[in-house]
Design a binder for this molecule. Structure first.
Ligand SMILES: Cc1cc2nc3c(=O)[nH]c(=O)nc-3n(C[C@H](O)[C@H](O)[C@H](O)COP(=O)(O)OP(=O)(O)OC[C@H]3O[C@@H](n4cnc5c(N)ncnc54)[C@H](O)[C@@H]3O)c2cc1C
Length: 397
């Protein structure tokens, strides 16, 4: 909360795209629900900063909301290609294993080696660096995006099944209209040239040198101009109604997607016995890496909870029985592994799934095929909020 309060958003629009720019590094807090998107949104709306920076920042948050909504629709299928690739290469042209020299940071490309080291050593990479490293692996080295996505999920402190898969699929072109590539000029501009000046390949052998069109022709010689039709992904409208029929003697079950003391289920029953279950198999299924598990454990320190290690469902049931509970309250999650646990639990005891604090309220049937379609509806929701609260317009037009 201290970190959130002290954030300075000014300059985010101008410099956020630069490696030394003013980004927030909130992603791990958001990923594990230590901060809700709604809290961060409200802070950004109240902050004194230029309108363009506020807008850009809200769009960044919206990308996370969007990814989680796509995850809620697709479940584990988000781990596989949503659409065919538009690169002209068949899916079987891509290698499954990552090049060892990328893992060891010995490619001889100063930028790529630095990004790989930074990711493995700190768990954090700026959005731009993530895009460049991912594009290099998929398009220059022709590595399957699924393998690259696993590599990132293994190390990122904000490792998130939804945000990570959507980003990789978008770069690869299985969830976008075209593959994402970059060139040396873009990299130099956004990194202040700090890699190129010390790169052994600065004068000879830089694979990113040249204009984008020429690079695209070399990388995708068989690319078709007509992208195929993307499948529709319609989201149900958001409806927030008061929760009826609450259990008289509930327990609250915490989980790794909502690690703050006052998450919605905990708010509903602040005095109820509450439990956190450390379930290694669940973590593995949900691809929560070791750093993520540590962050969750640390966040638990500020929550009122009993702690158990074991099977999420068995431990929850045993805890409920011990407290003679007639129901379980949980905060909703888009995570398919958690949703399966909620369902299994619901076969034994009443489970009330309490919606997360809404970030935006979408109209009915919004097509989530592309972020732009989601954003058209989400933006209206923001403007409705700002005019109701009589605060400055959130968006310039
Ligand atoms: C290949 C690739 C993999 C990624 N994997 C993850 C991941 O596992 N977890 C993750 O949280 N983000 C992921 N991102 C998105 C983005 O890179 C990070 O959220 C961002 O860099 C985090 O830094 P920040 O908190 O300083 O971001 P800021 O620029 O300060 O943005 C504020 C918040 O907005 C959200 N956000 C910003 N950009 C995106 C985006 N493109 N997609 C979704 N949410 C976004 C994050 O919650 C972030 O904390 C990935 C991007 C790429 C290209």
């Amino acid at each position: 909360m201290r970190r959130l309060e002290s954030l300075d958003f000014s300059g985010y629009a101008d410099r956020g795209e630069y490696l030394d720019g003013n980004v927030t590094q909130l992603s791990a807090y958001i990923r594990f629900g230590i901060l809700s998107l709604a809290e961060v949104r409200d802070r950004a709306c109240a902050a004194e900063c230029d309108t363009a920076s506020r807008e850009r920042f809200l769009i960044a948050l919206a990308r996370y909301d969007y990814a989680r909504r796509v995850l809620a629709l697709l479940g584990d299928e988000i781990r596989t290609a949503i659409e065919p690739l538009k690169t002209g290469w068949g899916a079987d042209s891509y290698e499954r294993s990552l090049p060892q020299e990328v893992l060891d940071s010995t490619t001889g490309l100063a930028c790529i080696d630095a990004f790989s080291s930074e990711l493995r050593e700190t768990g954090y990479l700026h959005q731009r660096a993530r895009v460049w490293l991912a594009a290099y692996l998929v398009h220059w080295r022709r590595i399957a995006w699924e393998s690259g996505a696993k590599f990132f999920l293994e190390y990122a402190i904000d490792g998130d099944l939804a945000a990570n898969a959507i980003a990789w699929q978008s770069i690869a072109s299985s969830f976008s209209d075209a593959p994402t590539i970059f060139n040396r000029a873009e990299l130099e501009r956004h990194s202040g040239g700090r890699f190129c000046t010390s790169c052994p390949k600065q004068f000879d052998g830089c694979p990113f040198a040249g204009d984008i069109e020429r690079l695209a022709t070399a990388l995708f010689p068989a690319k078709a101009d007509e992208p195929g039709r993307a499948p529709e992904l319609h989201a149900a409208a958001d409806r927030y109604a008061p929760i009826a029929g609450l259990p008289a003697r509930p327990i609250v079950l915490h989980h790794y997607d909502a690690m703050r003391p006052a998450h919605p289920a905990a708010r509903l029953a602040p005095d109820a016995p509450s439990l956190f279950v450390n379930d290694a198999a669940l973590y593995d299924e949900a691809a929560v890496n070791q750093v993520g598990r540590t962050i969750v454990y640390a966040a638990l320190g500020s929550m009122r909870a009993e702690y158990r290690a074991g099977d999420f469902v068995d431990e929850a049931l045993a805890f409920a029985r011990r407290h003679q509970a007639d129901g379980v309250l949980v905060t909703a999650s888009a995570d398919p592994a958690l949703r399966r646990r909620f369902q299994r639990l619901g076969e034994q005891i009443a489970v009330t799934i309490v919606p997360e604090d809404p970030f935006v309220v979408l109209d009915d049937g919004v097509d989530l095929r592309r972020f732009s379609r989601y954003w058209a509806s989400a933006r209206r929701s923001f403007n409705a909020v700002s005019s109701a609260a009589k605060i400055v317009p959130l968006f310039s037009n």
